[in-house]
Design a protein around this ligand. Structure first.
Ligand code: MG
Length: 327
């Protein structure tokens, strides 16, 4: 989008092929092993928070250290969408197709139509400021689930350095219409990306404590859900190597598509790694989108990439992005 690409990376509009590494025959139902990976945008420092906006067939994402949102579509290519951007990180759609934003700067979760003014939904828990809401997902009941690690207050790189007011980093649930979030998970180090299984009986949450503590593990935990709430301790679903699982999505078959240091790892509901999409930069997140919902957009360090798949995303945001009514 601006400046030139690093020598080892293709120019915007060009692609890499093949990039898919098959680990299990089941992968062929999910992606063509010969599918090319196309680079759609460059010039970012840490691209994150992708969300597909169906009304304008646009992919919106955050370039956090540069405090800006970028939008990409076939008509415009990649252009700066919003700057400053409140050091926004994660974005998702709610059941009405509105965008929910996690903002590191004001340390809050907000809502907008993706283009106009934002409304604050929550910025405190128990009277104290949140750390820096990182990633967010909306459940079928309309509740907003978000993680609150400290990356927006550890330094001025992705927000504003400040002391932590919360005792720890939690996963919160904000009920529809509520202003006080409820702690659903308080046992993780740095909860980060999160997604539900298609039937919402499992909540997957990545822990990125490793980013600040090299002795930490790099897990995705699977928490049992009952009646729309976390109903027990998390079990180890996967350990990510290299890198960490930052953001992740689930497809309609329940497979987890997670970011990692070498691309996207695709993990079956039983925990088997089915394969990987090799990306030549550490990835932060991914999202299913495109006109048919089968295109996987990948935010990775300096770039936005995309690859065609043979599946579609699960969950409220993915269904709304396909034009389906949810709720
Ligand atoms: Mg994240």
């Amino acid at each position: 989008m601006e400046g030139s690409s690093a020598p080892s990376l293709p120019a915007v509009g060009e692609s890499l092929q093949p990039v898919v590494r098959v680990g299990d025959p089941r992968l062929a139902a999910l992606i063509d092993p010969a599918a090319p990976l196309v680079r759609l945008a460059d010039g970012c420092t840490w691209a994150e928070g992708p969300v597909w906006l169906p009304a304008t067939e646009t992919l919106l994402f955050s370039d956090i250290p540069n405090d800006r949102a970028i939008r990409w579509n076939e008509r415009e290519g990649a252009v700066v969408h919003r700057r400053p951007n409140d050091f926004t990180n994660g974005n998702t759609l709610d059941r009405e197709g509105r965008v929910i934003h996690c903002e590191h700067g004001p340390r809050r979760v907000t809502r907008s139509d993706g283009y106009g003014a934002r409304t604050t939904l929550v910025d405190r828990h128990a009277g104290k400021r949140l750390n820096s809401p990182n990633d967010v997902v909306v459940a079928r009941d309309g509740s907003i689930w978000f993680t609150d690690p400290p990356y927006g207050i550890l330094s001025d790189r992705e927000g504003y350095a400040a002391p932590m007011e919360q005792a720890a980093c939690h996963v919160y649930r904000l009920a529809p219409g509520a202003t006080e979030p409820v702690v659903e998970i308080e046992t993780m180090g740095h909860p980060n990306g999160l997604a539900f299984s298609p039937d919402e009986t499992i909540l997957y949450v990545a822990d990125t404590l490793y980013a600040v503590d090299p002795t930490a593990s790099r897990p995705i935990l699977a928490f049992p859900m009952a009646d729309g709430r976390v109903a027990g301790p998390g079990r180890l679903f996967a350990s990510i190597d290299p890198g960490v699982a930052d953001g992740l999505r689930v497809d309609v078959h329940g497979n987890v598509w997670t970011s990692a240091g070498d691309g996207i790892h695709i993990i079956a509901p039983d925990g088997t790694e089915l394969g990987r999409i090799g990306v030549p930069e550490p990835t932060a997140n991914c999202v299913f989108g495109g006109a048919d919902g089968r295109r996987l957009f990948i935010t990775a360090s300096s770039s936005l990439w995309a690859i065609e798949t043979r599946t579609i995303g699960a969950g409220v945001a993915a269904a709304v992005a396909r034009g389906e009514k949810v709720g």
